[in-house]
Ligand binder design. Structure first.
Ligand code: DAH
Length: 347
């Protein structure tokens, strides 16, 4: 009996030893498969049962159970040990090198054009205007005819255009939105501002771009006068450029307004006295405007005897350039953040 019990201890020690020396998970798995299988030395120990009496069996069974428990625990501990070691090794290998410079994400900003557009629209919306954006691809009919610029009119020449076909072009100004709005209002009074892109076959230089932005303004109603136009533009321009600035109206010509005016604003630098910045004039031209031409009203179904209106067209690029001191219009279309970030240091 002692011999048998000793054999259990020897087999057990043998297995424990193998477990102890297993160098990795695969080796450990091999030990389990070969030394604990049904054909293993350990399993074959049970062959002694049949030669033992009841008491001896109990002792022998207890001894085997104890050995099995020990082996099982050793497997578990070894497994944990190997797993932890492998984990440590992986961690060491996968270490992140925090000394590498990170990716520098730049936060974008609104393009100054969009910012100025928003500002202008806000001013007019606060005065009760609605906002309407006409189409960029416009018909010759709306872009010119309805703006009182028939096909033989010399004013067309000033707006060299991108035509798709003789009847369709990229709009040369936002003014056609006036006619579209009047059509939609069907003889009712209204106030509207129409922002958007415009296109002309211009040379691209510091002050010209083949693509630029305008905001068109139009008020149609009863007893609308030039004084209303002046008051509105003064409110608008002072809100944009500051209370100190004065405005000045000069007679001008546009086919779709009569009378027509060019609106100037006093120079930011000398406030009207005259300096090198404004070429001694004291004023800088800012927009075109006028009283809606009776022909335009008539073509849109408004009786000029009953209705009058004023209109204006302002270049957003020009306002942005004057407001932020940008000397080259092309800078507005380059999306260079180094430049744009400077425009956010307000006047
Ligand atoms: N459409 C004109 C242009 O692009 C600007 C303009 C002038 C618009 C006078 C107006 C206006 O509404 O009354 O040159």
């Amino acid at each position: 009996m002692d011999q048998i019990l000793l054999e259990v201890t020897v087999v057990k020690e043998e297995i424990l030893n193998l477990i102890k020396n297993a160098s990795d998970e695969i080796a450990l798995k091999n030990v389990r498969e070969t030394h604990l299988s049904k054909k293993s030395k350990f399993a074959s120990l049970s062959r002694y049962f049949k030669d033992l009496n009841k008491e001896e069996r109990a002792i022998f069974g207890e001894k085997i159970n104890q050995a099995a428990k020990e082996i099982d625990l050793a497997f578990k501990n070894k497994h944990d040990e190997l797993f932890f070691a492998a984990y440590q090794e992986r961690l060491a290998k996968e270490k992140i090198d925090l000394s590498l410079p990170g990716i520098n994400y730049q936060v974008g900003r609104l393009n100054p054009l969009r910012k100025v557009e928003d500002e202008i629209l806000n001013i007019f919306v606060s005065m009760g205007y609605e906002v309407y954006e006409g189409p960029d691809i416009e018909s010759d009919y709306y872009n010119f005819e309805r703006m009182n610029i028939p096909s033989d009119h010399p004013a067309r020449e000033m707006q060299d255009s991108f035509y798709f076909n003789p009847a369709l072009l990229l709009r040369t100004h936002t003014s056609p939105a006036q006619a579209r709005m009047m059509d939609a209002k069907k003889g009712e009074p209204f106030k509207v501002v129409c922002p958007g892109k415009c296109y002309r076959r211009d040379d691209d230089d510091a002050t010209h771009s083949h693509q630029f932005m305008q905001i068109e303004g139009l008020v149609v109603g009863h007893h609308i006068s030039l004084a209303d136009l002046k008051g509105t533009l003064e409110t608008f321009l002072k809100a944009i450029f500051g209370e100190k600035r004065e405005i000045r109206l000069r007679g001008s010509y546009f086919p779709f307004t009569e009378p027509s005016v060019e609106v100037d604003i006093s120079c930011a630098h000398c406030l009207g006295k005259g300096c090198s910045l404004c070429k001694d004039s004291g004023y800088i031209e800012i927009l075109g405007a006028g009283m809606v031409h009776p022909n335009v009203l008539r073509m849109s179904g408004y009786d000029p005897q009953e209705y009058s209106g004023f209109a204006f067209g302002v270049g957003i690029d020009r306002v942005a350039m004057l407001k932020y001191g940008i000397s080259d219009i092309r800078d507005l279309y380059q999306n260079d953040l180094r430049l744009f970030n400077n425009f956010y240091q307000e006047r």
